[in-house]
Design a protein around this ligand. Structure first.
Ligand SMILES: [Zn+2]
Length: 130
């Protein structure tokens, strides 16, 4: 255990990005063998090597920055999917529509039956079920 501790001293160690790269590598390898595509298995070594490199890297500042960039990208991606999901399914209390005249996104309270919506952007009206 001490030898491992000494080996990892001054190194980046595993971070979220390294773990994600490992998962990506495994996913590539599994899909490569399921689809019998040798090149996918070969490709799976790239994120694996990157992950090992990150874990043992001594340039901690750069690795931290990359990990932060990765986390930021994931955050934005999740937020984007959340917005898309909200738009498609609505929330508990509201539904979302696009104004047919100006393409503005509109939020309408749910459960009011058929309503006439006045777009606050272009001022035109259209009917929708809420
Ligand atoms: Zn409009």
């Amino acid at each position: 255990m001490n030898r491992l501790k000494r080996l990892m001293q001054g190194r980046n160690g595993t971070d979220q990005f390294a773990i994600a790269l490992l998962y990506f590598s495994v996913a590539l390898a599994i899909s490569g063998s399921l689809l019998e595509q040798g090149w996918l298995i070969f490709l799976s070594y790239i994120p694996l090597i990157m992950s090992v490199f990150r874990t043992f890297s001594k340039d901690i500042a750069s690795r931290r920055r990359e990990n932060q960039d990765y986390l930021t990208a994931i955050y934005h991606l999740k937020a984007m999917f959340k917005r898309k999901k909200k738009f498609v399914t609505g929330t508990e209390t509201h539904r979302y529509y696009i104004c047919p005249h100006c393409k503005q996104k509109l939020r309408v309270p749910k459960g009011k039956g058929r309503v006439t919506i006045t777009c606050p952007h272009c001022g035109k009206e259209f009917k929708k079920k809420s």
